[in-house]
Design a binder for this molecule. Structure first.
Ligand SMILES: [Zn+2]
Length: 221
């Protein structure tokens, strides 16, 4: 049923593509890979694989960008808008990850507890998964159970031996994401899959091949 609905939306957007001006085409095609800044530039970025501040201590992305399927990016934008009414926002650690980077990660750390085997691919390779946390109005991260990519029991959503405020923050993030249709991963408090992630194929498009938003792209009021 979900697949049928997806195919219908796909067919509809495909037909509309030919009727609309070029500027709005990208937004209507749910499968296209887009830069989150072209959808919602208010979402904060801390793309860890574009730095050495990650669990493999290596820079794996040439650019610090959050790229997602358009429909997933729009879902994420809804979460940001929803959180802003509470004086909060999102800070994203990772989005689309090209398959060749997944292979590189697997070479460095061939352990399925840490890295998805590139033979099966990660949901990040589909441009349908996002790793993120909550920030307050000043951009400061809210206390969460662990740091990003600190794998283990403490990162598990069922882990409860935590300060009340941390439990509250983790739940707040999960509730906001679920309201917009995201699916939480049980073993990592920071990871969520976009609605219909199964319908998106694994990709290896390099970041440089994906359009950047215009430089004068200012936040919508
Ligand atoms: Zn993830």
């Amino acid at each position: 049923m979900q697949t049928l609905k997806f195919l219908f939306v796909l067919a509809l957007s495909f037909s509309l593509t030919f009727l609309l001006p070029h500027s709005v085409r990208a937004e209507l095609n749910p499968t296209v890979l887009v830069d989150i800044r072209s959808i919602n530039p208010r979402i904060a970025l801390d793309i860890r694989y574009a730095t050495t501040n990650n669990f493999v201590k290596q820079k794996l992305y040439p650019q610090a960008r959050c790229i997602l399927r358009a429909s997933v990016a729009q879902q994420l934008s809804q979460v940001q808008t929803d959180l802003e009414t509470r004086g909060l926002g999102l800070k994203v650690y990772d989005c689309y990850r090209p398959l060749s980077v997944q292979k590189r990660l697997w070479e460095i750390k061939p352990d399925p507890d840490y890295v998805a085997n590139p033979a099966n691919g990660s949901r990040h390779n589909r441009g349908a998964a996002v790793d993120l946390t909550l920030v307050d109005r000043s951009g400061k991260e809210l206390p969460m159970p662990t740091a990003f990519d600190e794998f283990g029991d403490r990162a598990n959503r069922s882990y409860t031996n935590l300060p009340a405020q941390v439990l509250k923050n983790r739940q707040l993030l999960e509730d906001a994401m679920v309201r917009a249709g995201f699916i939480p991963l049980s073993t990592e408090w920071w990871h969520f899959d976009g609605r219909g992630w199964q319908n998106f194929s694994i990709r290896d498009v390099p970041f440089g091949a994906i359009a950047s938003p215009p430089l004068n792209n200012s936040a919508p009021k």
